[in-house]
Write a protein that binds this ligand. Structure first.
Ligand code: AMP
Ligand code: GLY
Length: 419
């Protein structure tokens, strides 16, 4: 079979890489893909924007693909699944209505509240003055969230009233019409991704990412500077609780709203000091870079899982199986990221890194005139697997040390919370 993967990040490179490990998958097409997917055997890029639904439809039909796997949230929130389904194309990813679980914080909060899912206390405002007045009545730190997709820039954890008010002003100035203001929670953050066909839901290995640019989880938020899986704090008992208290009730709440949700349900969780899980957010897609840590440990054929979700046959599949051990992914970024950075720097050393046994998942890269060049803020991620997380981290660093481009930056403390 052929599979089309929509997107151009490290997550999509990892999806394509994992799909191609199965003998059933003869080819993967990426729209638009990156330098990694351009150069992987049996993988081909088509330069189509993720918002070009018509182009993606034509590409899927012309190549007779068996499945379209949608990586990023933007096309899902814009209804790519609804669009492709009209043409009888199989899609892994929720419809526009289902994607609201990520694209509208307000909608997601209401769903959680009605289903009794543990989440931070919150209030919703559509007027700047009322939102700012409310802040004065609350404790700080406090969290201000945009009610809409904001490419990772919609959340401010404000240490002071002034900072929270400035965040509110900035969101309304930037065109958002609704803000969610939320109680500040403390604990350890984990990402629990599950796949569902709308009827059955199955969790993947728990993962955690490092969102901040700086060592010790300091500095600005980014798309993610590294990740690891599994996460020791998520014990078998806690995972069982998560399934009963969070994943299953969320799926039921979606069903009650008449939503046929087929794709990833990603719960961003805070595990508090007594070990209770609280939902910070839901995403409607695979996490990046969590996927680059999870998929190298997956033993079950990925295409079978994704097809079963889109065909509503997940229950018929055997339990998902995993390799023993752990995986760590370290992301290399361009100097300046998440602010301004330069592109077009020559990348070398990927083969050496892979010779050491690591997998290099490219993100902001392009393959041009026989050269691999940087083309984005997060350039690539290096994942290593080993029997322990400590060893996987050490292996990932050994491998990333082989890679060079002008201005390369990566954190040296991925997994530090555990080591
Ligand atoms: P979100 O997009 O809602 O997950 O928020 C992005 C990041 O902001 C999360 O990964 C957390 O690090 C932080 N965050 C969000 N909500 C809260 C909260 N209620 N308390 C503390 N930190 C939060
Ligand atoms: N790693 C965070 C996300 O994918 O949203």
């Amino acid at each position: 079979m052929k599979v089309l993967v929509v997107g151009n990040g490290g997550r999509e490179h990892a999806l394509a890489w994992k799909l191609l490990q199965s003998q059933n998958v003869e080819q993967v097409i990426c729209t638009p893909g990156n330098g990694g997917t351009a150069t992987m055997p049996r993988c081909q890029n088509f330069p189509l924007s993720v918002e070009d639904f018509e182009g993606i439809k034509q590409c899927a039909l012309a190549n007779n693909v068996s499945l379209v796997v949608v990586g990023p949230e933007l096309p899902l929130a814009q209804g790519i699944t609804d669009y492709l389904q009209q043409y009888k194309i199989r899609v892994f990813g929720p419809t526009k209505e289902g994607a609201q679980i990520e694209s509208s914080k307000h909608w997601a909060k209401n769903l959680m509240q009605s289903a009794g899912i543990p989440t931070a206390a919150f209030a919703v405002f559509t007027e700047v003055d009322k939102a700012k007045a409310y802040i004065k009545t609350q404790k700080v730190p406090i969290v201000v969230k945009a009610d809409g997709l904001a490419a990772g820039k919609g959340v401010t954890v404000a240490a002071t009233v002034e900072e929270a008010q400035a965040a509110i002003d900035s969101l309304f100035d930037n065109g958002f019409s609704t803000v969610v203001i939320e109680e500040f929670l403390t604990g350890q953050e984990v990402s629990v991704l599950a796949i569902t066909d709308g009827l059955t839901i199955r969790a993947l290995l728990p993962a955690a990412d490092h969102k901040r640019i700086g060592e010790g989880d300091t500095g600005e938020n980014t798309g993610g500077m590294g990740a690891y899986a599994p996460v020791p704090i998520v014990t078998t008992e806690l995972m069982a609780r998560l399934e009963i208290e969070i994943l299953q009730p969320t799926l039921e709440a979606l069903q009650q709203r008449g939503i046929d949700y087929r794709g990833v349900l990603y719960a961003g969780l805070m595990i508090n000091s007594v070990g209770d899980p609280i939902v910070l957010e839901f995403n409607c897609r695979f996490g990046d870079p969590e996927t680059q840590a999870i998929l190298p440990l997956l033993e079950s054929p990925l295409e079978q899982l994704l097809l079963a979700c889109s065909d509503q046959q997940l229950e018929q599949l055997p339990a998902i199986t995993w390799k023993p051990g752990a995986a760590a992914c370290v992301v290399a970024a361009s100097k300046g990221y998440p602010g301004a950075y330069e592109k077009g720097k020559v990348i070398s050393g990927i083969e050496q890194a892979e010779t050491l046994g690591a997998s290099v998942f490219q993100a902001g890269t392009q393959f041009k005139q026989q050269q691999l060049l940087t083309d984005g803020g997060r350039v690539l991620g290096v994942t290593a697997t080993d029997e322990s997380l400590q060893k996987a981290v050490a292996e990932a660093y050994k491998a990333i040390n082989c890679i060079q481009f002008e201005g390369i930056y990566y954190r040296t403390d991925i997994g530090h919370r555990l080591i």
